[in-house]
Design a protein around this ligand. Structure first.
Ligand code: SF4
Length: 240
């Protein structure tokens, strides 16, 4: 369980992080993956200086509830924490909840989905590359090859609006073969392909890489469409 003294990063207002809603965004420190391109370096490594206590964040949400429509729980990886009580508090304020997750904590995801009071109203699931490649590249703990499919299955059958997100790279680092493997995990919900942007990467060597172009993202999106997948979109905006 998380206490009100826990510190996290907080964005008071966002128009782009929760589809159709003005949202506040809570970024939880720590992550169970280590993506070398991650731009939340300080947050993932616990070195972020500008963290605020959760109690202050909840008080702000209560004050702004008339203006806000929702709250995004992001990271880092929010599901490394027990989020049930926090989700209840946010919903008691009349606000919707979106979860951004990397899919590496299916048991935590299942726990909040099982209770109607803690079910999020929207889920965004990252699909980074073919699950078997997670081992060598993302140095995660646990078993990504089973965790990611398990999380995707929970999301698909949840009945909750959701989206999938994949980052494109300029050098084919995420290849059509990855998209083919990931296509088994998605349904007809939106699947966004966006372009990698270097800057403050978890592995500083990745800051020297070229950014991906809209064409790189569109090439992967085109391939996903060729597999008969619906809801495919690409854009230049970066995602973690
Ligand atoms: S990109 Fe996301 S999943 Fe990867 S290390 Fe960063 S916060 Fe964690």
């Amino acid at each position: 369980m998380i206490g009100m003294r826990m510190r996290l990063s907080f964005r008071k207002t966002s128009l782009v992080d929760f589809p159709g809603k003005i949202a506040a965004c809570l970024f939880f420190p720590g992550c169970n993956l280590r993506c070398p391109w991650c731009y939340n370096r300080g947050l993932v490594l616990g070195e972020e200086p500008a963290l605020v206590p959760l109690g202050d964040v909840v008080r702000h949400l209560a004050k702004r509830r008339a203006v806000l429509g929702g709250v995004v729980l992001s990271g880092g990886e929010p599901l490394v924490y027990e989020l049930g009580n926090l989700i209840r508090r946010i919903k008691d304020l009349g606000l919707s909840v979106k979860i951004d997750t990397n899919g590496m904590a299916p048991a935590s995801l299942e726990a909040i989905l099982q209770d109607r009071e803690t079910q999020p109203d929207y889920i965004a699931l990252d699909l980074k590359m073919a699950p078997r490649r997670y081992y060598g590249v993302l140095t995660g703990r646990g078993d990504p090859a089973s965790a990611l499919p398990a999380s995707a299955a929970l999301v698909r059958v949840s009945g909750i609006p959701h989206e999938f997100r994949t980052l494109a790279f300029p050098d084919g680092f995420v290849a059509p073969e990855d998209v083919a493997a990931l296509s088994a995990l998605v349904d007809d919900a939106p699947w966004y392909f966006r372009a990698f942007r270097p800057g403050n990467c978890l592995d500083p060597a990745w800051d020297a890489r070229e950014p991906a172009s809209a064409g790189d993202a569109e090439a992967l999106a085109r391939f996903a469409r060729s597999l008969g997948k619906q809801g495919i979109a690409s854009s230049e905006g970066g995602i973690p």
